[in-house]
Design a binder for this molecule. Sequence first.
Ligand SMILES: [Zn+2]
Length: 1007
Amino acid sequence: MSPELRRVLAIFVFVVFAAGSALAQTDARSNANAEPASSGSSTAAKNTPINPKYTTPKSPLDTAYGAKIAEYTTEKYFMTELVDHLPLSDKVPSPEKVLGYAVGTPNKLTYTKDLYRYYRELAKASPRVRVLVAPEKSEEGREQMLVLVSDEENLAKLDRYKEITAKLADPRKVTDAEAQTLISEGKPFYWASGSIHSPETGSPEMLMEMAYRLAVEDSPFIEDIRKNMIIMITPALEVDGRDRMVDLYNYRKANPGKPVPSLLYWGKYVAHDNNRDGLGLALALTRNQMKTFLDYHPTVLHDLHESVPYLYTMTGTGPYNAWLDPLAIDEFQLLAYHEIEEMTKRGVPGVWTHGFYDGWAPNYMLYIATGHNAIGRFYETFGNGGADTRERTLPANQTSRVWYRPNPPFPRVNWSMRNNVNMQQSAILFAMNFVAKEKERFLNNFYLKSKRSIAKAANEGPAAYIIPGDTPRPVEAADMVNLLRLQGVEVHRATKEFSVKDQKYPAGSYIVRMDQPYSRMADMLLDTQYYNVSDPAPYDDTGWTMGAMRNVKTVRVVDKSVLNAPATLLTQDAKVTGQLTGAASAVAYLINHNTDNTLATLRFRLKDVKMSAAEDSFKVGDQQYNTGTFIIKKDGNPADLRARLESAATELGLKAVGVEKLPEVKTHELAVPRIAIVHTWTNTQNEGWYRIEFDKYQIPYTYISDQVIGKTSNLREKFDVLIFPPVGGSAQTIVNGMPKRGDPIPWKASAITPNFGNSPDQTDDMRGGMTVAGVANLQKFIEDGGLFITIGGVSQVPIDYGITTGVSIQQADKLQARGSIYNSTFADRKSPIAYGYDAGLPIYFNQSPLFQVANPNAGQGGGGGGPRASGRGGVNDPDVVQAMPQPRPADPNNRPDPDADLRESPFFVPPQLRPRVVLRFASDEKNLLISGMLAGGNELANKPAIVDVPVGRGHVVMFATNPMWRHQTQGEFFLVFNAALNYDNLSVGRSEGRGRQQPSTADGDDQ
Ligand SMILES: [Zn+2]
């Protein structure tokens, strides 16, 4: 969660800095026999233990390690008595014994294999530590470790404690009296999760020391935790990114004075957004967290981040997620203020809450807990992006004293990783101790929240959500149901037709009941969202309605009679089995285009099979087939077509229907395009989500950097379709890339950066983008018949560099449309990009870009200027000029030759070369918003969402939306697939005469 930190890293790039010297000298407890008083220093700044007897170990101390703690801590006030020492054990190894250095040693970062080595040694030596492995390996094949630390008696009864929390998680299985017995017997699990964000480097180091301390130390404070609680530790959640980050840090240390990039790849697919996967569960790390949660039902999941100084403990500014039990909100506050109080009592500066993050969207990893009646929380401590000790200067907005930060950080400080370790470890130990001592209170709250989730159907409602069984997109509906199941949500399936009020639902309809433990997660996923624009600026997306984003109809049902519908609980994932029907003598097979994404898989799986697309809708008997329907003729295809098609259709959930007679409809061949997904060397945040989907649907692609575009003059020989997912910045910064100053910056495997070798791409020099040579190569590629798909701001490149004409980007003035879902309408349903879709589609949009097209199609009134001139009458009345001759009102859209006046102009663009608006935002601003926020909607209403611009023999297709966003926009995927499969036939269905060129050579207005 730290755009902050990434900015800091960027600043590193050309800055040489020396590690500051550690200022503090030892005030660690020098030995086991020391009086508690001697652990204090005589200086006023020293933080005196509040209750030394409670926090001082009885056993001997590792004095050498304690001296290092003191040495690496830059100021005494960045220390507490919980972490100013380390207990000594003759049996159990400290991190230093195994790794050769103490936690927080300047310039040392630990690879995951060494983290794991340490935990395995620890578990071998201590009966209080157990090492387990999460269900799935990372995308690069690394293990995800889970460590348990508790008293040996607790670990011996681990299964019993898991059974207790499982029962408390599902109060349908216990009475209140039984629950009370379980609560007094039970132990809460407190789960500390390290470094989901790879440039945030401190927590994996800290957690090793904390595990050792929890296993070994015999102070009453630690014993309270160990005996009353079971600690879960994820050493480094993003294992792949952690290792690349250590590589990057070591590279920097080995190349003093040389420019260093920020961490380009974290996981295989996703960088900072790995903490936005709580809704989609597309990454192994998120699924591991989810499955582990459902196995242990921890009371707290605590995610350790680093960005703002010095310790922000999460509550948030609000608005808070409205689907949560208010008790959950209270618990955030309770825990945060406990930590703040304990740290502030000890004179530790800069511990605060509230003014960072909102608390609204459930897309963060911590919703694994928060969305499931437990407590998900996080810290932002102050990291250094590595393990340096160095001077940090902070801006006023981070150091001002405000109501939520009465004890702010200093404007300038010498900061070390050990400071970070001290802050993180002290605070989380206070939290653990608090929950341990109040274990019955927290277990009871967990039980209560679970119970009230089950009561939701009868109390606040709704009673259920229904996904009707006659959904036109059964494969997508099943995929959505399976995601709900992965979230721990129970889904039922109707065994018979049933009715609620007057509405009938067929057998096979899915029912998500709200009388189940995880009804709140289900409700927040399926409901619509409203974010008031007067609230604090949102931290992230404001709308996420799953049914809308997946284009799967879901019905929110308040009527409780739905709970009596005849239905059985799904005990395994929903699976749509496709089929092939029709006589063996069939001359062709039809697969209705329903935009189920596996239809794209089919095209690539049977790549040697000729398939064509129907250019119009048609009927065979009673069966209606959509425009775009796949028609696969027997003639001209391999002899085993039927068998192969049947096998593929069955597996992919598609219905192939054999027909004796070809339907009478115009068709064109569907391509098997050679696709490249383009990335830059400055940011891979958004394109990784495209790779995830292409891999999931087994659509082959080549992964190339923009530099390859710059160096390849014959792109058309290699590719048919280039997809350039969003990157930030202007057209210039995208084209230029990282400045070409100084030395080359490699991103490739080397002795010191072995893990860069696993990256999806490598280069000798990250500097420089596609350059203007790349722009020229792109133009040639398109003119030679290629398709260039630009997503979001990347559309500036073809616009600003003049590859396209007729489309411009408008700056928003009053529009507030952050990460929301809006209604759109297909403006041109004959475009192949629209194949398979209904007239309207919910689309995800985040603020920009706003396209303007110079030659709008006829009949698309509305938009920025309003539908008519100010005048007499109402909005729909004709304008009548007073007292002058009254000719019949001319309809400018219905002239025999609308371009008659313009044809002689050198700037005249023939109709077939004009931009074609395929999809538009809803024309009425009152009908725009589905979920999220909207102000200034008149700037968005009727704006083009997808524009297809012919250039030479090829096309540029520009998306204002992001159709592959965080594994949430499945309903929009086929817009991309359609464009690709029809790349060489995109002009099909153009209505040439309808568009009228505006009498202007400059970018016109969109009406
Ligand atoms: Zn973070």
